[in-house]
Design a binder for this molecule. Structure first.
Ligand SMILES: [Zn+2]
Length: 182
């Protein structure tokens, strides 16, 4: 499995200039080596590989890092801001308040949304698209959370009549006293 699919892997010599595969020995420029050790570095965001050149037998180190590609969200009215998965998490969490949805499910949903909107390589995405990706998944997870989230998206034109009726019901009924709610 690729790591979150959020970026391309690029190989970088330790302290040197960026390079693309194949790796070239910094001593004799041969492109053949064997990896003698691999370990995670930078809290799991990079892989450090110790390599041994097959021609001169000298050893060197390479790092593979996730290359973070910035993603811009276009809000209604034309303002822009960097995509922030935490904001997606908070929006979902609000919709799921007092619903049988776990933090793990909320985190996984936000991660899926980010993967979906990054999947086609777009660098900017309308905020409505982000909302739609959330809704597609919330619909499966929890009806009430789905409708709460949908109601936040003013101008969302794809609700069915049935869903509109439910929304009206939800708004008019007083919140039920739930036991053990935090
Ligand atoms: Zn060499």
């Amino acid at each position: 499995m690729p790591a979150h699919g959020a970026g391309r892997l690029r190989q970088i010599f330790g302290g040197g200039s960026p390079t693309i595969e194949p790796v070239r020995c910094p001593y004799c420029s041969t492109e053949e080596d064997k990896v003698v050790d691999s370990r995670l570095a930078e809290e799991g965001r990079a892989i450090r590989r110790r390599r041994e050149c097959l021609a001169c037998s000298r050893r060197f180190t390479t790092f593979e890092r996730i290359e973070e590609v910035p993603l811009v969200v276009e809000k209604r009215g034309g303002t822009e801001q960097p995509f922030d998965r935490q904001k997606v998490v908070e929006g979902i969490r609000r919709a799921c308040k007092n619903r049988p949805v776990t933090e793990e499910q909320i985190g996984a949903l936000a991660e899926e949304v980010e993967e979906a909107i990054r999947a086609d390589g777009r660098r900017r995405v309308p905020s409505a698209d982000v909302g739609r990706e959330v809704l597609d998944r919330l619909r499966v997870l929890d009806d009430v959370a789905y409708l709460r989230f949908a109601s936040v998206y003013k101008g969302f034109q794809e609700l069915t009549d049935f869903e509109r009726e439910l929304l009206v019901l939800l708004k008019s009924s007083p919140p039920s006293p739930e036991n053990g709610a935090p």
